[in-house]
Design a protein around this ligand. Structure first.
Ligand code: ATP
Length: 584
């Protein structure tokens, strides 16, 4: 059977998935980890696009992170045998830029937005630091100023909320935007806020968007910032013709509150008039012991499993996190020797620096491993460059589909060339590249093969991403030593143990999961003890981490914790979450 009918047949075996698949009006699906939200969503998108949507109409599917968008695009692609230009799958940022800002900014009174460049992370941080330095006297403790200002901007804080945060925080936020504007720059959050204003104030924009996207799909709704929630409501629940909404999410997996998202919006949207709410109950991923332990952590009930057995174990490992790494690497070596595929094993670390260190430990023992945490902002552009590097180093053998890469490359550009010309140019660049070539030269080769030497990148997001990579690979950049080989290792999943932070494990699944550094102070983070909402978010992050495993979750802690950046350490007991799960 072909992939799409086979996937639909599987949904028939679950009454609630089937009900959601067949809803005719708006549908909001809430569900626990591993319950098939992404499967349901990708199947429904692939089916709807084939059955109901033909160009010039399209469908838009948005989510918060590039990782989630990438996973969804991969699953939809695996169900369809053609690339659909009228199907948008991407981040909220990419959607607002490509579909709202670029076509409507000038006519709606924001022409300068199109002349500004998207600020890289480095430029954003520098602008914030300069704003803080102007407003706060030297020597004053300004540790939470930038994060609070950022969070308030993203959550569309009301005047009252700004007042509570303090006048100086508000001034930092204003000065920050001015500093960026003075340099001809703009950040993503400002673009999203501008996109909301454009959509709110102009009925013709709403009408055009509804006409172009009669169906809107949202993955991980609990992670959406308020501005996108408002745009969705304007298009799907506003006056006149409306788009149909199909959204999936899980309140218990909301982990981006620190960025300004508000998970309760998922509950609210599910209660709106005309929405069919569907709650899934079956966790297909995790064996029963893992489901039970996770349920104890959040005190949730009613989640059913499909497989007995499995395990969640806490391991006390004296001597700190480096000793934990040795132990985990040793266990992993045994697992691999017994036939477990490397890419079915994940190690979740407290920070990105920790994951990088763990990868070094593995490699010193001859265990292939990759740090999923990225030294640059992961975008559609960086993901494609990594995949092209896999093609250079490993050929088409390693799950790289060359024809898909050629299509994706073309889609990144506003190509004026005919399709064949741009394909030939890319094929030539791939043939001339080698594994040992510097990443700088590989990127340059790709860009000079692209239409207009890369000037035609479709999305400003991709342009910013290309600039960031170019700077990092340059002779004085942080990644000057990288070759095509390093890039390909980031793009290649197979044959490598996966190391990442707990947050970036979201949406992924593995047979075995090892969580290291599970001491109080690390998880929950010591700064969360003063805030009930941060504590709850840390707890949900742990819940997400534990439920990544199909078979076994192993959690390690020591008698003290250490910070890699400062080298400081202090005594600490096992994470309180281990007690809540009854593991210590
Ligand atoms: N009806 C079904 N029958 C059999 N397997 C299913 C069914 N629905 C989903 N699955 C399988 O369950 C696993 C988890 O599905 P999926 O990744 O879509 O869950 P999810 O709800 O998005 O998970 P999470 O929120 O934890 O990321 C996948 O391996 C998927 O193929």
């Amino acid at each position: 059977m072909k992939p799409l009918p086979a996937s639909i047949e599987e949904l028939k075996t679950n009454e609630r998935q089937w009900e959601a698949f067949n809803t005719e009006g708006h549908c909001v699906v809430t569900a626990p980890p591993g319950s098939g939200k992404t499967k349901l969503l990708s199947t429904r998108i692939a089916f709807d696009v084939a059955a109901y949507i033909s160009p010039p109409q399209g469908a838009a599917c948005v989510t918060l992170t590039n990782a989630a968008a990438g996973e969804l695009a991969r699953r939809v692609n695996s169900l369809t045998d053609q690339s659909r230009r009228n199907l948008f799958i991407g981040t909220v940022h990419a959607f607002t830029l490509k579909e709202i800002i670029r076509p409507f900014a000038t006519v709606c009174g924001f022409p300068d937005l199109l002349t500004r460049k998207i600020a890289t992370n480095k430029q954003v941080n520098a602008a914030y630091r300069s704003a803080v330095a102007e407003i706060y006297p030297r020597g004053e403790d300004t540790r939470n100023v930038i994060s609070t200002a950022k969070q308030h901007l993203t959550m569309l804080a009301t005047e009252d909320e700004w007042r509570k945060a303090g006048a100086r925080i508000q001034r930092v936020a204003q000065r920050y935007s001015e500093v960026l504007a003075d340099q001809g720059l703009v950040d993503f959050d400002s673009l999203i806020r501008a996109a909301l204003t454009i959509t709110e104030q102009n009925s013709f924009v709403r009408n055009l968007l509804v006409a172009k996207f009669p169906r809107i799909y949202v993955d991980e709704y609990q992670d959406l910032a308020p501005a996108l929630d408002k745009i969705v409501r304007l298009l799907c629940f506003g006056e006149g013709k409306k788009s149909l909404l199909f959204a999936v999410g899980d309140y218990n997996q909301a982990i981006y509150g620190w960025l300004g998202s508000r998970p309760e919006l998922l509950k609210e949207i599910g209660q709106l008039e005309g929405v069919s709410p569907v709650e899934l109950k079956v966790n297909y991923r995790c064996a029963q012991e893992i489901i039970d332990a996770a349920n104890r952590l959040l005190e949730v009930g009613g989640v059913e499993g499909t497989r007995s057995g499995g395990s969640v174990e806490a391991h006390y490992c004296p001597g700190g996190i480096l000793r934990q790494y040795d132990k985990v690497a040793d266990t992993i070596a045994h697992l691999i020797a017994s036939g477990e595929p490397e890419h079915e094993i994940a190690v979740l670390c407290p920070t990105n620096d920790h994951s990088a260190l763990f990868v070094e430990v593995c490699r010193s023992l001859g265990i292939p491993a990759v740090n999923q945490g990225s030294p640059y902002v992961s975008t559609t552009f960086t993901a494609l460059v990594e995949q092209l590097a896999v093609w250079v180093v490993h050929g088409g053998e390693d799950a790289v589909d060359p024809s898909r890469l050629l299509l994706d490359w073309k889609y990144l550009h506003e190509s004026t060339q005919d399709g064949l010309e741009s394909e030939v140019a890319l094929l030539k660049a791939i043939r001339e590249s080698t594994a040992g070539e510097s990443a700088a030269s590989f990127l340059q080769r790709l860009m000079s093969s692209s239409p207009g030497n890369g000037s035609g990148l479709l999305r400003s997001e991709d342009q910013a991403s290309c600039t960031e990579l170019t700077e990092m690979f340059a002779a004085d950049g942080e990644l000057a030593h990288w070759t095509t080989n390093e890039l390909s290792e980031r793009g290649r999943r197979k044959g490598q143990v996966q190391a990442c932070t707990m947050s970036s494990s979201k949406g992924l699944e593995f047979d075995y999961v090892f969580i290291v550094g599970a001491n109080d102070g690390m998880i929950p983070h010591f700064s969360s003890q003063y805030s009930a909402s941060k504590m709850a978010e840390d707890q949900r992050k742990f819940y997400v981490s534990v439920t990544r495993a199909r078979q076994e979750t192993h959690i390690y802690y020591s008698e003290w914790i250490e910070w890699l950046t400062t080298g400081n350490s202090r005594p600490s007991g096992p994470s309180r979450f281990l007690r809540q799960m009854g593991l210590v």
